[in-house]
Write a protein that binds this ligand. Structure first.
Ligand code: AMP
Ligand code: ZN
Length: 142
């Protein structure tokens, strides 16, 4: 199993540092976030060390994502939250502090303190299909 001795989440997987665990199988682990954006904030991670989402092979990715619906439902029911955000940051520029892939499951309620800027933009003529073609070409080469 790919592991990184300097990684805080690998240390949690190995039981070297404590975590408040929610669920665990061969591939995935979910535990309480130590610095919750809202009470009930949970992290879902692969047990293997992958830095970003694009590093995870298809099978472990599927095995982790399989856990999301039940986990989100459980967090929402247990906290009684009105909604939930599932967030996943890749790269420092995107707000990733811990370089081991993780999904944030964050309960949301009216008037809570969690805000983010969602700057809705607009494409210049022709740019959207041009970019779509570019992305499709990359996928076809993968
Ligand atoms: P990110 O900024 O997306 O990399 O998020 C990293 C998250 O990991 C933050 O929400 C931290 O509060 C959380 N975190 C860091 N160390 C621990 C730890 N030892 N146990 C639980 N959560 C942690
Ligand atoms: Zn790790």
């Amino acid at each position: 199993m790919k592991t990184n001795p300097d990684c805080i989440f690998c240390k949690i997987v190995a039981g070297e540092i404590p975590a408040c665990k929610i669920l665990e199988d061969d591939v995935a682990l979910a535990f309480m976030d130590i610095g919750p954006v809202a009470e009930g904030h949970v992290l879902l991670i692969p047990k293997e060390h992958y830095e970003t989402i694009s590093d995870i092979p298809e099978e472990p990715a599927a095995a982790i994502l399989k856990k999301l619906p039940q986990l989100v439902a459980a967090v929402q029911t247990a906290t009684g939250s009105e909604g939930v955000n599932v967030l996943q940051n890749n790269g420092t520029v995107a707000g990733q502090l811990v370089p081991h892939v993780h999904f944030h499951i964050i309960p949301r309620n009216p008037g809570d303190k969690f805000e983010y800027n969602w700057p809705v933009g607009e494409y210049p003529e022709g740019k959207m299909p041009e970019l779509a073609d570019k992305i499709k070409k990359v996928i076809s080469r993968q």
